[in-house]
Design a protein around this ligand. Structure first.
Ligand code: ATP
Ligand code: LTN
Length: 338
């Protein structure tokens, strides 16, 4: 019988910052796709605590947020045996590669980044160099593992483009060192908007009432949905420009239920926003309740979480080490034994 040659699986990398409470935006834009991809790809998912400190963090809270984020990863269906789940700060090669890539990134490129502009406006008292070079660390995360595909929300598109440019620039000088990654964006819900200001993205570092947290209880979800900004004409049509609030809720419902925008309009148009908002709340609750149940079990098992963590850091380090050997040699650093 003819032997089938097995192609190696393609590699996926993505990261989420352990800042505050993960939101429905993080879930629909990124996290939900992680578990859909885990069988087909070789995946690394990182809790990017080094990115988190570009904004001041309370140390005790950061520690808790890292574990909470990891528990949510597992509760949302990520299997720690199939995937590498780890804390970014526990693999020091991220910092090492970020420094090298800093020397292959232009100031002008970083000055154009919209996230830098947004975050500088938000944290005007602390516009630090880390906030500025944040995208270079992200490029290092991705390139360190020879990543093929990066599942992210559309707010990260510009950063991914920069990672590609840096990889191509480096490869242009030294030969094929890095795989040039592609983005993987959801068809609906790549940019879930704030419930109160639907022209801005839903963000976990904004005030409570603007987002739904993955761990919000059903009654809280219902309340936040009812208070979400819409209009007063009762029309349910998808028109993000003129009706951003209603369109955002339609996207959420579509992403979670699989209903098309036309089907949603046909069902809810002209029937009052109360009924429509309750339907959106129902779909969110149905998606999040099972995750919350598993979360309660997983987060209570500290020994298990520690085990997942050290296993993840060890496996990620081994892969990172391979890339760094190659990079160090290409750059011209003298060889040495660790
Ligand atoms: P912060 O407010 O602390 O900057 P954030 O809510 O933007 O955080 P990140 O940790 O920066 O969250 O993002 C994690 C992932 O979630 C990224 O892939 C990002 O693209 C995605 N994501 C974040 N917000 C949204 C959103 N509103 N809609 C869709 N995807 C999102
Ligand atoms: N910058 C991303 C988080 C992030 C990331 C990554 C995403 C850091 N490193 C690597 C994908 C791949 C954010 O702010 N959402």
């Amino acid at each position: 019988m003819e032997q089938q040659i097995q192609q190696p699986k393609k590699r996926i990398f993505s990261g989420i910052q352990p800042t505050g409470n993960l939101t429905l935006g993080n879930y629909i834009g990124a996290l939900r796709n992680f578990s859909l991809l885990q069988d087909e790809y070789d995946c690394l998912y990182s809790i990017v605590d080094m990115h988190a400190i570009t904004v001041r963090q309370n140390p005790a809270e950061l520690r808790k947020a890292c574990l909470r984020t990891m528990s949510i990863f597992i509760a949302s269906g990520l299997d720690p045996k199939k995937n590498i789940i780890y804390f970014q700060s526990q693999v020091p090669q991220h910092a090492e590669l970020a420094w090298i890539l800093n020397c292959f990134t232009y100031m002008g490129e970083l000055q154009r980044m919209t996230q830098f502009k947004d975050k500088s406006a938000k944290h005007a008292d602390n516009i630090n160099a880390g906030l500025f070079t944040y995208p270079v660390l992200m490029a290092a995360d991705i390139l360190l593992y020879q990543t093929d595909l990066v599942p992210i929300g559309s707010d990260q598109k510009q950063h991914l483009e920069l990672s590609r440019d840096i990889a191509e620039r480096f490869n242009g000088v030294y030969g094929d060192v890095f795989t040039v990654p592609d983005g993987y964006f959801p068809k609906v819900g790549a940019r879930v908007m704030s419930l109160q200001e639907p022209t801005r993205k839903m963000s976990k570092s904004d005030p409570e009432e603007t987002y739904i947290a993955i761990l919000d209880k059903p009654e809280v979800i219902r309340r936040k949905m009812r208070r979400a900004v819409t209009d007063c004409d009762n029309t349910v049509v998808f028109d993000p420009e003129n009706k951003p609030g209603v369109s955002n809720l339609m996207s959420i419902l579509s992403a979670l239920s699989g209903m098309s925008m036309e089907a949603i309009s046909a069902e809810y148009d002209g029937k009052g926003y109360g009924k429509f908002k309750d339907a959106v709340a129902d779909s969110v609750i149905a998606a999040l309740e099972p995750i919350q149940k598993r979360y309660d079990e997983i987060s209570a098992d500290k020994a298990y979480l520690q085990e997942v963590l050290s296993d993840g850091a060890e496996r990620a380090s081994a892969l990172a080490h391979r890339t760094m050997l190659k990079v160090r040699k290409k750059i011209g650093y003298a060889p040495f034994k660790l």
